[in-house]
Design a binder for this molecule. Structure first.
Ligand code: E4P
Length: 216
């Protein structure tokens, strides 16, 4: 399973990359606004830190605009993947960008039917947003399970990139289902390392080590 960081904060992406456990990065306009720098500059910097796919989101609402933005993004670095929304225009753009050899991440996916259309449009990634579904009282991870079933039935190549991850349970559930990727905030990635019993165990071993007789 691949782990991506959902962030445009260069400092945390550097820390994440140092673990050698991160396979890619996702960004969006909200994350770019938080980073407070020119989006293209940030993307260039991120692509030099993260060796795997880096998703850059288009903001146009029409296919022509998305394709134009996507082609421009793809010139920033080889590892750019262009994010387009799950709309009719988005699917037209996905098909056109894919034909040009530009990889596409279909974002804002909230149902397995939407994911089916994304796969049929040649998407490289589809991003079901689990946290935002939870926010409206649905069980977001159920959509990931349905997408996995549909994709397996028809052997679609589109990779399932579980997004809007808010906690470590989302990551575990995505892994149990067999999703290809989970993208998460750096804070959730940090949590994956943690267990109280690990901390207690280290403390106890260190205390006991003090009791081991030592020469000298
Ligand atoms: C990923 O590609 C999305 O941009 C992101 O996971 C959205 O997360 P949010 O719902 O926490 O904003």
């Amino acid at each position: 399973m691949q782990l991506f960081i959902d962030s445009a904060e260069v400092s945390e992406l550097r820390k994440a990359a140092e673990t050698n456990l991160i396979n890619g990065c996702t960004t969006n306009p909200s994350l770019a606004a938080k980073a407070g720098k020119d989006y293209n500059d940030v993307l260039k910097e991120i692509c030099s830190i993260i060796k795997g796919p880096v998703s850059a989101e288009t903001i146009s609402l029409d296919a022509d605009g998305m394709v134009k933005e996507g082609v421009a993004f793809s010139k920033i670095a080889k590892n750019i993947v262009v994010k387009v929304p799950m709309t009719v225009e988005g699917m037209k753009a996905c098909q056109r960008l894919t034909k040009k050899g530009v990889k596409v991440n279909v974002t804002l996916c909230f149902s397995a039917n939407q994911a089916l259309l994304a796969a049929k449009s040649g998407a490289f990634f589809v991003s079901p947003f689990v946290g935002r579904l939870d926010d409206i009282g649905k069980i977001g991870i159920d959509v990931v399970r349905e997408i996995k079933q549909v994709y397996d039935n028809y052997k679609f190549k589109t990779q399932i990139l579980v997004a809007s991850v808010r906690n470590t349970i989302h990551v575990l559930d995505a892994a149990k289902i067999g999703a290809d990727i989970a993208t998460m905030p750096y804070s959730v990635f940090e949590q994956l390392f943690k267990h109280t019993l690990t901390d207690v165990g280290i403390k106890r071993f260190l205390e006991d080590w003090e009791k081991v007789p030592k020469k000298r």
